[in-house]
Design a protein around this ligand. Structure first.
Ligand SMILES: [Zn+2]
Length: 106
């Protein structure tokens, strides 16, 4: 997975390296790339220290989540998804466009 240009200045060098390593580990497990990392930043504990982050990337079958502190330490979690609902799957809905799993009327 790749890092968006707008995220590069907010990440520490160690976080950038850790995300590149995580991308290679995911490709080894999954056989393909999951696109770009979406990154959520925690508040900085001290200004200039860097942020704890949660980075995730997903396709229709798998989700990778990499937790990192500013020093590039933290676990990679890799999961396969189970499809529950898909708005775009017409066989999933009745003729009025409703499905049982969301409970919401279209
Ligand atoms: Zn549904």
């Amino acid at each position: 997975m790749s890092i968006w240009n707008h995220d590069l200045p907010r990440l520490t060098e160690k976080q950038r390296a850790a995300l590149e390593l995580a991308a290679r580990r995911v490709e080894n497990m999954h056989g393909s790339h999951l696109g770009f990392w979406g990154i959520v930043y925690a508040e900085e504990v001290r200004p200039g220290r860097g942020h704890d982050i949660t980075a995730w990337a997903a396709d229709g079958e798998a989700i990778a989540t990499q937790y990192l502190d500013p020093y590039g330490n933290g676990p990679l979690v890799f999961s396969q998804t189970e499809l529950i609902h898909n708005d775009a799957d017409e066989d999933h809905h009745d003729e009025d466009g409703n499905c049982e799993c969301t409970g919401a009327k279209a």
